[in-house]
Unconditional design. Structure first.
Length: 558
RNA sequence: GUCCCAGUAGCUCAGCUGGAUAGAGCAACGGACUUCUAAUCCGUAGGUCGGGGGUUCGAAUCCCUCCUGGGACGCCA
């Protein structure tokens, strides 16, 4: 509805400028994209535009003069605008009839779970690849942030009208699997009483000791008789299976469900990597130096070229990644989003460059880098180190603070900012905890509705109420916030910013709590009660929808 | 040395595709439960937007430069 109002204002403004130019009140000029914003201050109207200031330069006129001419030619009979004002350096402020906000009320119960959906994506296919942690270990905090972020982003994009696919890339090939096999073999032999040390570049985590123990329990120790290569391969395959199952289940518990688990090994098996390299070679983007093959990343603006095939003939991770991303586009995605840890930023430009080499637009691949996560407990940093094998896993985190708190904390900050995750705060059942604050609002509404039910009544139909009884400041602000939900979805999807939804939720919950404290919903005034019941039911719907986008539950009781 | 991210209230952060008096939560201080859940609300206080230049009618936002913190610079992934 906000969108409709905005576009009607844009249309009216476009017309007004044209008129003003025709009449010679404003110099001939190009008309920029007209932006209608919601002013920060309530005193500046319901909507505003800086159009006159934008035109000032090209029209070579004072902004206020232009604004006056525009306003003079504005045709607003078809809109809800009650009053227009020129303010400050040349803002045009629109004041709407207060009744405009009542327009949301019928929409929300009617659209229910779909309220907030927009058609920004226009059905375009978009893929979000996230987590993709090495299947050689457990999921850590970085992966957890990626999981929360990726899943919420996918949900938001879906809500914004894209056809979304969630994907996990399994790094089940290459060096680290080799290494994994070696490490497992060491642990295996140690279990059988051999006195050998873990290799330096191996996996020191305790978890693979359990894996090996499990293997021996199931299959005995006859593998010890096999040659080294067989031992490594057998153990690696066994462990991979186990780790992947574990990762899948952990993510499932975290509320993340993938559409596709894509195996790197499959790219080796199908010859896709080889074909990709050949194609690049044919295009002239590959050269040989010191018996290795290099990709000319510098032709696409990167700082240096990058090896794709090592001098030992084995392709690098990058080669596989090129083949993988090419494969994504061949599957028909219009847009591909990767969520990576910031430590991979050096990989971004060459990855985009490689897609450009295949004729795709580099912007079709969008890479979201997220900064590190630091855990705090009792005011102290919880140190994490993969090398020494000491780290808090996603599983442990969910166990400690719960899934809702964990997911909210990961998405409440922009990916760009380092995240300080306060474990004590996340599990505290106090007013400090934003997750509870939001969920409590939902629970409170449900409590009112229960009360209603106990009286044998139900929420009235919108058509049965007199919405114009909702005249309190708190009510109008709530209505307005509800009306803004769809445009909030648009922004969050455009800017790929789930944290905007987290913020929106917090704001909406705040407005509700404020309303709740100063006004009763069920009162002696029957008509007013009816109107308020519809209002709070609408708040319930929007809270629930938004919570759902972040993968959080909407509890009916707390 | 080069590149990326950050630097905004005591703390954690929004705002950054340029707009009006820079916002929120926590912490601090003072208030509000005989009423649908006080896990809540209301109020007060708190700012050279890291420093310095520049572009602009207008800069937290764009450009340059310097400082601080984190990360990346491998024929690892």
């Amino acid at each position: 509805m906000v969108e409709q109002i905005k576009s009607s204002l844009v249309a009216a403004l476009q017309n007004a400028i044209k008129q003003a130019v025709d009449k010679g009140q404003v110099n001939q000029t190009e008309i920029p994209d007209i932006i209608i914003e919601v002013p920060r201050e309530k005193g500046y109207g319901d909507f505003a535009t800086n159009l006159a200031m934008q035109l000032a330069r090209s029209a070579k006129m004072a902004p206020r003069k232009i604004a006056e001419a525009i306003v003079e030619n504005l045709e607003l009979a078809e809109t809800q605008v009650e009053r227009v004002e020129i303010a400050g350096p040349g803002f045009i402020n629109f004041y709407l009839r207060t009744s405009w906000v009542y327009g949301v009320l019928p929409l929300i119960p009617q659209q229910d779970r779909n309220y907030g959906r927009v058609e920004l994506g226009d059905g375009k296919r978009i893929q979000v690849e996230f987590v993709s942690a090495n299947p050689t270990g457990l999921l850590h905090m970085g992966n957890a942030r990626g999981a929360a972020l990726g899943d919420s982003l996918a949900a938001i994009l879906d809500f914004a009208g894209y056809q979304v696919s969630r994907e996990y890339y399994i790094n089940d090939a290459g060096n680290q699997i080799e290494n994994f096999g070696k490490s497992l073999d060491v642990r295996f032999q140690q279990q059988l009483g051999q006195d050998i040390a873990m290799i330096e570049e191996g996996y020191h985590g305790e978890d693979i000791i359990d894996t090996v123990k499990g293997y021996i329990q199931k299959h005995g120790s006859s593998l010890a008789e096999a040659d080294e290569s067989t031992r490594r391969k057998t153990l690696a395959a066994y462990a991979l299976e186990e780790k992947l199952t574990n990762i899948r289940n952990t993510l499932l518990d975290f509320g993340v469900v993938y559409d596709e688990w894509f195996s790197e090994q499959s790219l080796h098996n199908s010859g896709a990597i080889e074909d990709t390299l050949k194609e690049l070679q044919k295009k002239g983007y590959i050269y040989e130096q010191e018996s290795a093959l290099w990709f000319k990343a510098t032709e696409f603006g990167d700082e240096k070229d990058e090896v794709v095939v090592r001098s030992n003939g084995i392709p690098t991770y990058f080669a596989a990644d090129i083949a993988y991303h090419k494969n994504k586009f061949e599957r028909g995605f219009d847009q591909v989003i990767d969520i990576w840890g910031a430590d991979h930023h050096g990989h971004v430009n060459r990855m985009k460059g490689s897609m450009e080499a295949f004729g795709y637009n580099r912007d079709q691949l969008e890479i979201i880098l997220m900064q590190l996560v630091r855990l705090f407990r009792g005011g102290e940093i919880v140190r994490m180190s993969k090398r020494t094998g000491q780290f808090v896993t996603l599983e442990e985190l969910v166990e400690e603070v719960g899934r809702d708190a964990a997911r909210y904390f990961f998405v409440m900050r922009s990916p760009d900012s380092h995240l300080d995750f306060d474990l004590d705060l996340a599990k505290s059942e106090s007013n400090d905890n934003p997750v509870f604050y939001i969920q409590y609002a939902h629970a409170r509404i449900c409590s009112i509705l229960r009360q209603l039910q106990e009286q044998g009544r139900q929420v009235p139909k919108v058509e049965q109420i007199n919405a114009s009884l909702l005249t309190e400041q708190a009510e109008l602000e709530l209505l307005r916030k509800l009306a803004e939900f769809p445009s909030e979805i648009t922004s969050a999807a455009e800017l790929k910013s789930p944290h905007r939804i987290a913020r929106y939720l917090h704001d909406l919950a705040g407005l509700f709590h404020s309303f709740y404290n100063s006004h009763r919903v069920i009162t002696d005034n029957e008509d007013l009660s009816q109107a308020r019941l519809v209002l709070v039911d609408c708040v319930r719907i929007v809270l629930r929808n938004a919570l759902g986008l972040l993968g959080l539950t909407a509890p009916e009781k707390m």
